[in-house]
Design a protein around this ligand. Structure first.
Ligand code: SF4
Ligand code: ZN
Length: 276
């Protein structure tokens, strides 16, 4: 089977198996300009799903501008609506400004800010779900990191579908059965002009280190990574015996978003009062 057909089959299979969305429902795709999110929008568009894209300008100047130019090229070509939100306008700070006090935790700071923006945009726009270009290798790397700490709560997040919960919109990963190499091959086959540069903070991202470990293991034990993730999905029911953590949520005293504390993490980051 050729790569195009194989990826479309895998995406269709994931969407159906996890009941992610139908062709009538409005789907918001988070796009970064990288090969995975751009390949995802092309696949979903060619499968006739009702998609719109959201790009968050994190304020990385050249890197953000270059990412946006790649996204605009694809979304214009495939006639996909593109929304652009500047982090600075919505949360008052760019990522480089927000991480000044937290250089070792840049991704945690960035992740909290992006989550807040995706969530509020998707809710206000009446979207059924937010989807991302996370592929099987991404999920396996996240799972390994959480697995090594036996962090059950985080291990559940490697599921392909995370239902609406605690004020967060439903999130899906239609590429959950697609390997990284397949996503790359598809991008090349479809002449997708994606960004090759990486975010300035990526070198400190621990997830990349886990990805490298897994790819080395894949060389020694072919298909081990795929089996690792697929066995997790098969055995997921056993995680359900662990009680759900009962979170008590209150509106953040500054922005009103639901939080387990008096003030949400993004508001604390803006005030430079967040502690890890
Ligand atoms: Fe944000 Fe860069 Fe970390 Fe990605 S690598 S989460 S863009 S800081
Ligand atoms: Zn807040």
């Amino acid at each position: 089977m050729n790569i195009e057909k194989r990826i479309k089959n895998k995406v269709n299979q994931a969407i159906k198996k996890y009941n992610m969305f139908t062709r009538k429902e409005k789907v918001l795709v988070a796009v970064s300009g990288g090969k995975d999110s751009l390949s995802l929008i092309v696949v979903l568009k060619e499968l006739n799903f009702n998609i719109e894209c959201l790009f968050i300008d994190l304020g990385f100047k050249k890197f953000s501008q270059l990412s946006l130019s790649k996204i605009e090229k694809i979304t214009t070509h495939y006639k996909i609506p593109l929304h652009i939100v500047k982090a600075k306008e919505l949360v008052g700070v760019t990522i480089p400004q927000a991480v000044v006090k937290y250089p070792q935790n840049a991704c945690a700071v960035c992740g909290s800010i992006k989550r807040k923006i995706y969530n509020s945009f998707a809710k206000e726009g009446g979207f059924h779900i937010l989807v991302t270009g996370h592929h099987l290798d991404d999920e396996a790397a996240n799972l390994l990191a959480d697995n090594l700490r036996w962090d059950w709560g985080y291990m559940k997040k490697a599921q392909p579908l995370l239902n609406e919960k605690y004020g967060f919109i439903k999130r899906g990963k239609p590429f959950c059965f697609v390997r990284e190499k397949e996503s790359r091959a598809y991008a090349l086959l479809k002449n997708i002009d994606f960004i090759h540069e990486t975010c300035p903070y990526e070198k400190n991202a621990s997830r990349r280190k886990y990805e490298k470990i897994l790819s080395k293991m894949d060389e020694v034990f072919p298909n081990m990574v795929e089996q690792y993730y697929k066995n997790y999905l098969k055995k997921y029911h056993s995680f359900k015996v662990f009680p759900e953590e009962m979170l008590i949520l209150n509106p953040c005293q500054i922005c009103g978003d639901l939080t387990t504390h008096h003030t949400c993490r993004v508001c604390l980051i803006k005030q430079k009062k967040w502690k890890r």
